[in-house]
Design a protein around this ligand. Structure first.
Ligand SMILES: [Mg+2]
Length: 268
């Protein structure tokens, strides 16, 4: 893996190149000059996909569906993936097609062994130095977000969590989900940045005027979009920035208050 975040477009690329290294963050990356609200997806974004935590969620969803519908596990997995692609989350498909009560499902799928998830002090430091509010915006449950963010050592840095219950079980990437999020937390979209591992979940943020960052991993392969991403020569326009390392990317955004308030601190 490169030690540079992998920029998506020409401008982002040139800005990243200007940065040179994490030790010389004089340039604020495009789109972050007026960012006041930092919005993070949880699963496979705040923690990397290769720690396999979401793989546990994935497995437990299959188990729950098999038991709930009384079908073989393999068929439950087929339904699970089909609903995930069709409705945005497996849960939404189960609610719409099978009228399932979401609460036992959410409790079961988020009962995880977090022992493989390490504390991430570098990420915590990078999030802490961002100016303004920080929010978690997840298609999962609040309890899951609190446990995972707590284990990472970043929970206390966040000002709020918007979960699938807050979204009235309408998940990302539905436009209504983002509108509900912005309203609930009083966020003015052009002053916000959104970090996500699924590119289609950045389409609405881009359309709303948010700055978008794709937190990418090539170890994940449970959605057709992962194969699509591997064919990208140029990322789509709704992905403004892309990185394989969230902590490093946040470090590279630049000292925003210093640039705005004290330009003399910049090197010549
Ligand atoms: Mg995610």
């Amino acid at each position: 893996m490169s030690d540079l975040p992998k920029p998506l477009n020409g401008h982002a690329a040139s800005e990243a190149l200007k940065l040179g290294s994490a030790q010389t963050p004089e340039v604020v990356l495009k789109g972050f000059q007026r960012t006041e609200v930092w919005v993070f997806d949880l699963d496979n974004t705040l923690y990397p996909a290769d720690c396999q935590l979401f793989a546990q969620v994935d497995q437990r969803m299959g188990e729950f569906i098999a038991r709930y519908l009384g079908v073989p596990f393999e068929y439950a997995r087929h339904l699970q993936k089909s609903y995930y692609r069709q409705f945005g989350t497996t849960l939404t498909g189960m609610m719409r097609v099978h009228r399932m009560d979401p609460r036992p499902f959410l409790d079961y799928v988020h009962e995880l062994d977090l022992s493989g998830l390490a504390e991430h002090p570098r990420l915590a430091a990078a999030i802490e130095r961002l100016p303004g509010r920080k929010l978690i915006f997840t298609n999962g449950s609040r309890a899951h977000a609190e446990r995972v963010a707590g284990k990472l050592g970043v929970l206390s840095l966040f000002d709020g969590i918007f979960d699938i219950v807050d979204a009235a079980y309408v998940p990302k990437p539905a436009a209504a989900c983002y509108e509900a999020f912005l309203k609930a937390h009083g966020v003015d979209a052009p002053t916000a940045a959104m970090f996500e591992d699924m590119p289609h979940n950045l389409e609405a943020p881009h359309a709303l005027g948010m700055t978008t960052v794709l937190v990418r991993s090539d170890s994940n392969d449970d959605h057709p979009v992962h194969r699509t991403m591997r064919t990208w020569t140029v990322p789509p326009a709704h992905v403004h920035h892309m990185t394989y390392d969230l902590a490093e990317f946040l470090e590279r955004i630049g000292p925003i208050p210093a640039l705005v308030d004290a330009p003399s601190t910049q090197r010549s």
